[in-house]
Design a protein around this ligand. Structure first.
Ligand code: TMP
Ligand code: ASP
Length: 250
């Protein structure tokens, strides 16, 4: 078992996850914390069990993506909350795919609320809290040295594939994938690989029948049942069999 109490091994602390070194130089351990934030961290809370829920959901969705030929950083969920992952050199982009017009898109552009977006919109924001994650275009991204045109084309292609795979998988679970944010990095061979997480913190999931929110919008809107929603969506996405399989990893 990897000793998490050795703080010297901490490589990076994000708003909701910590990344630790492991004995292998090309692997890291991602720990999902219970912290939840919104509005660049202005609104904060700590919800017991949220980290565990997100680690289970992310592991399951990374596995589904890998089964469908998408490269991810995921290696294994070694215990609930702790994901063994490939070490990536992260690209500071927030790659957002949108199937339905909602959220910040409505504040910035005259789309109709809940308008279907087909083909989906892919938007790239600069992951930079100081500048409040501004929206990019390819020229700005390239001029800032964040990625090359070839890398941007590849990221768009992978994002569309991820949208297709996850939309189909979640539909079977009676969840509508409204939009989501991805982060990519490069592995030691220079391949573009999906990193970070794919969870209710980073996606909009709606109940396919009622269109009710099943994600972090519940927290952004100040609802008092956020953890109930995270547990519900975790039960919808992760099967008993997945839990048994991960349990037997210990
Ligand atoms: P937005 O409509 O607020 O721009 O959000 C688009 C998607 O990106 C939504 O699924 C939530 C996700 N997201 C993040 O993961 N992190 C963020 O900081 C923001 C603002 C949105
Ligand atoms: N992720 C951002 C924050 O934690 C904003 C958001 O998700 O709404 O502050």
């Amino acid at each position: 078992m990897i000793n998490m109490s050795d703080s010297k091994k901490l490589i990076y602390a994000g708003k909701a996850k910590d990344v630790y070194k492991t004995a292998k130089k090309d692997e890291v351990l991602v720990i999902f914390r219970d912290d939840i934030t919104a509005g660049d961290g202005d609104k904060k809370d700590n919800l017991k069990g949220k980290g565990e829920c997100n680690s289970l959901i992310s592991s399951k969705l990374f596995e589904v993506l890998e089964e469908n030929g998408v490269k991810t950083q995921y290696i294994n969920l070694i215990e609930t909350g702790s994901m063994l992952s490939k070490k990536l050199d992260m690209i500071p982009l927030e790659v957002i795919a949108r199937n339905i017009a909602t959220g910040s898109l409505l504040k910035r552009f005259p789309f109709e609320e809940n308008q279907k977006l087909d083909p989906p919109i892919i938007q790239m924001d600069y992951k930079n809290d100081e500048f409040h994650d501004p929206m990019l275009n390819d020229e700005i991204t390239i001029a800032l040295g964040l990625a090359t045109q070839e890398e941007l084309d590849e990221i768009r292609k992978i994002t569309l594939k991820i949208n297709e795979v996850l939309s189909n998988f979640l539909k079977e679970k009676e969840i509508l994938l409204v939009d989501f944010k991805l982060e990519f990095g490069k592995d030691s061979e220079g391949n573009i690989v999906l990193g970070d997480e794919v969870s209710p913190d980073t996606c909009r999931y709606w109940d396919i029948h009622t269109l009710e929110t099943l994600d972090k919008d519940s927290f952004r809107q100040g609802q008092d049942n956020v953890m109930d929603i995270y547990k519900q969506v975790c039960n919808m996405i992760v099967d008993e069999k997945d839990l048994e399989r991960w349990d037997s990893n210990d």
